[in-house]
Write a protein that binds this ligand. Structure first.
Ligand code: COA
Ligand code: AMP
Length: 630
């Protein structure tokens, strides 16, 4: 069957479609039906099933006689380590850690925060939680103590599992002082912490609260898989919204298993036993779905790569890993390839690396610019598939279903809606727009299995953020259009979220940090176009009357403040002091107009602008820091 037939099959009978996909999962109690709509517009899938994620990702492959197959390849150029972990070994490690966690009182439904670098133990920790029904929440290592504290207070974990450090090119990032700082800042205190000591920076331990990863497992009985109900949260993953308070996206267990399993063959075109590599981080949704869960559920070999596209040691790294491990499908963010292209535009570093096993390259996380796609295609001779999705969905909304039928690529479009998603372009009144017209991208409810049923502890925010603007639809927060062939084109966010090196960040959150500086009276943060990272945050500051300090000093302080409060991942390095900000007559800051000026894009000042003269002032001020770049 080709794409069109499968999509039609889903449209004609979504229940039957998803029940058929559910056959690929091992259930402790099979679901009686797929969709539960009694609480619409909140929907649930496979709710009355009993199932365990870890069983499906690990144990069942061992049971089926594939225990010797490699489950995880750990390739770490920053520590010069290479390790292969079989499914049987993974089962042993996961069951042992799960036993230790259970021994310390973790039971089904308890939350556990995981704050770890890209080491296989991060996956072991996630799977150990899943094994006993604990709900993990992985926090990206590039976030500062304050962000970790916010997540500790929202998720109220009984335990935190952390690595002692992460390794960034040129520096070791000690995680333990950040964790200690976060626990100090948070109102909620976890009962205990588990620390994986790494030789690059051993952590000091708090007596009675902190336990060594290995010592804690000595003499404990391995834990069996605990079945949970289909709607049990598999995990919470915090992502950026309009304000500084992150949204805790809840991932439902059963739908997650069914949907992710479907994607591995149909989208990523890999069969069990084949090697799949997503070069991302376990702290992001790509890492959850495509470093950890989906490849393991489908019985693939997944690569845990601890390094960067360039500088670890050089721009050959991607090609080396693909060739060394015979990767069949490779997935990363466009920014990673832009980094490679910048230092090696002719592909000299590809020499000597055999890419013959590689079938295709998948890009997501941010807009894939045509130059980068064409460069990758020409250099590798492989198809490059852009696909569009979000933390909220956990897997592809629109993509090229290469394992089902590779559709013609239109460069700049992530191709078409996947089965499960009825994607529509809506005008402000919620009416579907004709082909080629730009509007808000929305998905007709219900969303498919595995997508977020709600936000952790925040059902009202869930309804307001996603379900209120267009009743009967899920609002994606992206704007774009659909062409006459049904291909989607993703143009921009409709909210204050920006995308920096494939990382989703809230400008509202950064504004809150800037506004907290004693000399800042008012501020705005916008995303400016950046050749490497796609976007970079730029802060405009108006100082409090009477403050006469050198602007450079204030700028340096706010830059340090964002790094300290949000973390290095915010990449906030640009700020400018201005006299006034452009606003509408009702006082709304014209962030879109500021961004257009900074990018040198054409724009029409809105009719509601209070004082158009500010735009000339702003244009001059931006020139002093080199914007627009052209
Ligand atoms: N722990 C601690 N610090 C981290 C970190 C981590 N896990 N990850 C990143 N940082 C730090 C970096 O060291 C850097 O700090 P600096 O300001 O001192 O240099 C800062 O956060 C910004 O990091 P990053 O955005 O990664 O920029 P970079 O210049 O180090 O690298 C790229 C640029 C393009 C190579 C890199 O962003 C990349 O590989 N991106 C891939 C995107 C990706 O995986 N996206 C996930 C969704 S698919
Ligand atoms: P995240 O939740 O971090 O995965 O970020 C999701 C957001 O990133 C989307 O809502 C888009 O704004 C953007 N995004 C992700 N993939 C793509 C893509 N292929 N093309 C354009 N934008 C994308």
């Amino acid at each position: 069957m080709g794409y069109a037939e499968v999509y039609r099959e889903w449209q004609n009978d979504p229940e039957a479609f998803w029940m058929a996909q559910a056959d690929a999962i091992d259930w402790d109690r099979a679901p009686s039906k797929a969709l539960f709509d009694d609480n619409a517009p909140l929907y649930e899938w496979f709710k009355d099933a009993q199932v365990n994620t870890c069983w499906n990702a690990v144990d069942r492959h061992v049971e089926a006689g594939r225990g010797a197959q490699t489950a995880i390849i750990y390739d770490s150029p920053v520590t010069d380590t290479m390790r292969h972990i079989s499914y049987a070994e993974l089962q042993g490690e996961v069951a042992s850690l799960a036993g230790a966690l259970a021994g310390k009182g973790i039971v089904s439904g308890d939350r556990v925060i995981i704050y770890m670098p890209m080491v296989p133990e991060a996956l072991v920790a996630m799977l150990a939680c899943a094994r006993i029904g604990a709900v993990h929440s992985v926090v990206f290592g590039g976030f500062a103590a304050n962000e970790l504290a916010v997540r500790i207070d929202d998720a109220t974990p009984k335990a935190v599992i952390a690595g002692s450090c992460g390794i960034e090119p040129g520096r070791v990032v000690e995680y333990k002082p950040l964790l200690d700082g976060a626990i100090e800042l948070a109102s909620h205190k976890p009962d205990f912490c588990v620390v994986l000591q790494r030789e690059e920076a051993r952590a000091s331990m708090v007596e009675g609260r902190d336990f060594d990863w290995h010592e804690m497992q000595q003499g404990v009985a391995p834990a069996p898989c605990v079945p949970v109900s289909g709607d049990h949260p598999a995990y919470i993953l915090y992502t950026s919204g309009t304000t500084g308070a992150p949204k805790g996206v809840v991932r439902p267990t059963a739908g997650h298993l069914v949907a992710l399993n479907w994607t591995m063959k149909n989208i990523y075109n890999v069969d069990p036993g084949e090697v799949f590599w997503a070069a991302s981080d376990v702290g992001w949704v790509v890492g959850h779905s495509y470093i950890c869960y989906a490849p393991l559920i489908a019985g693939n070999t997944t690569v845990v790569f601890e390094g960067k596209p360039v500088g670890t040691p050089d721009a050959s790294t991607f090609w080396r890993v693909i060739s060394d491990h015979k990767v069949k499908s490779f997935f990363t963010a466009p920014t990673a390839f832009r980094a490679v292209k910048r230092v090696d535009p002719k592909g000299a570093f590809m020499k000597g690396h055999d890419l013959s096993e590689l079938r295709a390259i998948y890009l997501a996380g941010e807009r894939a610019d045509p130059d980068t796609i064409e460069w990758i295609e020409q250099l590798t001779g492989k198809p490059v598939y852009d696909h569009w999705w979000q933390t909220e969905t956990g897997y592809t909304i629109a993509g090229n279903p290469a394992g089902l039928e590779a559709l013609p690529v239109k460069i700049g479009s992530p191709t078409v809606a996947m089965p499960g998603y009825d994607v529509q372009i809506l005008d402000e009144g919620g009416h579907e727009m004709p082909a080629g017209a730009l509007g808000a991208i929305a998905v007709k409810l219900p969303l498919p299995p595995g997508t977020l049923p709600t936000l952790w502890n925040a059902e009202d925010r869930f309804r307001k953020s996603y379900l209120t603007a267009f009743p009967g639809y899920y609002e994606t927060g992206d704007a774009g259009m659909k062409d006459e062939d049904g291909y989607l084109w993703i143009m921009a966010r409709t909210d204050d979220v920006i995308n920096v090196a494939g990382h989703r960040l809230s400008t509202g959150g950064m504004e809150e940090v800037l506004a907290g500086h004693k000399d800042v009276a008012e501020c705005a943060v916008i995303g400016v176009a950046d050749e490497l990272k796609g976007q970079l945050p730029l802060g405009l500051l108006c100082l409090t009357d009477g403050v006469n300090r050198p602007h450079d000093e204030v700028v340096a302080e706010v830059v340090a403040r964002v790094r300290d409060k949000i973390g290095p991942v915010a990449a906030f390095k640009l700020a400018l002091v201005v006299d006034r900000l452009p606003k509408t007559r009702s006082g709304k800051i014209l962030r879109g107009t500021i961004a257009a000026i900074a990018d040198g894009r054409e724009f029409k000042p809105p009719a509601t602008i209070d004082d158009p003269a500010i735009l000339d002032e702003l244009t001059e001020a931006l020139k002093t820091i080199g914007y627009p770049k052209t």
